[in-house]
Design a protein around this ligand. Structure first.
Ligand SMILES: Nc1nc2c(ncn2[C@@H]2O[C@H](COP(=O)(O)OP(=O)(O)OP(=O)(O)O)[C@@H](O)[C@H]2O)c(=O)[nH]1
Ligand SMILES: [Mg+2]
Length: 233
């Protein structure tokens, strides 16, 4: 059985300083011995300074500071590589904007301990939900899931979800497959790679909340990139 101290949580951040105190507090309340790596892209909002002054900095909180805004997918890949270079048996990822609830982290770890190779915090499997999204946004997100299932056969309710956990060997396999997308397309590529690798990919129902602080980095380019590339997976 793997517990928090053998796990690393990767959190990509760009201008998320307002969310970090609540996020880290929630994470350590849920999994006290987890190591958290923040992959921060030149945020001009004091993120790096705040992290370096954190009491757990260098012990359970780590910072990978990057020079410019280089994208969500490349931040995650840098974070995965960092975690794989440590002794982590489980590598998790979550957004910094409090859309994902840190209280769900133990259930993801539990799913891997029960035999899954990858666990996804799913908004659309029975028991999952979304708070404060417009009907249009819900429709788009569900349509994206259906689109992925039709083109790739990936048997997931929520293939674009960003709360995830991987067993080390599965992440190593995922990292060795080529990836072309940023954002949602990247989430689909990595889930698809894990599934093609033959891993059990388990969805855990979660409640997802719209961000309250900071601004979305979602762009239409990221949506179109996924639409155009998913059919070629
Ligand atoms: N390091 C890094 N992090 C990023 C980058 N773009 C987004 N992020 C982070 O990735 C996470 C997800 O980004 P969001 O802006 O919340 O995107 P989203 O969840 O698809 O969109 P919303 O639902 O509107 O919030 C957040 O923690 C962001 O701060 C980037 O270029 N570099
Ligand atoms: Mg978000």
């Amino acid at each position: 059985m793997i517990i928090g101290c053998r796990a690393v949580l990767v959190v990509p951040t760009y201008q998320e300083a307002a969310n970090l105190p609540e996020l880290l507090e929630g994470i350590f309340r849920s999994v006290p011995d987890l190591r958290v790596l923040i992959v921060n892209d030149a945020s001009g909002d004091g993120t790096a300074e705040w992290l370096r002054a954190h009491p757990a900095y260098g012990g359970r909180v780590f910072l990978l500071q990057r020079a410019g805004k280089s994208g969500f997918a490349s931040a995650l890949c840098d974070g995965y590589r960092w975690a794989l270079a440590q002794d982590a048996e489980i590598i998790l990822q979550m957004d910094a904007d409090l859309s994902h609830d840190p209280r769900d982290l133990p259930r993801l770890i539990e799913a891997l301990n029960d035999g899954a190779g990858m666990a996804i915090g799913s908004r659309y499997c029975p028991g999952g939900a979304i708070r404060h999204w417009s009907r249009w946004r819900r429709f788009l997100s569900r349509a994206a899931g259906a689109y992925v299932r039709i083109w790739t056969g990936l048997p997931l309710h929520d293939p674009t979800a960003g709360l995830r956990a991987f067993r080390r060997a599965v992440l190593e396999a995922v990292m060795s497959t080529p990836k072309r997308c940023d954002g949602y397309g990247f989430q689909v590529e990595t889930a698809h790679a894990a599934w093609k690798h033959g891993s059990i990919v388990k969805e855990i129902p979660v409640v997802f909340s719209e961000r309250r602080e900071g601004r979305s980095k979602l762009s239409s380019r990221i949506v179109w990139e996924a639409v155009l590339r998913v059919p070629f997976l």
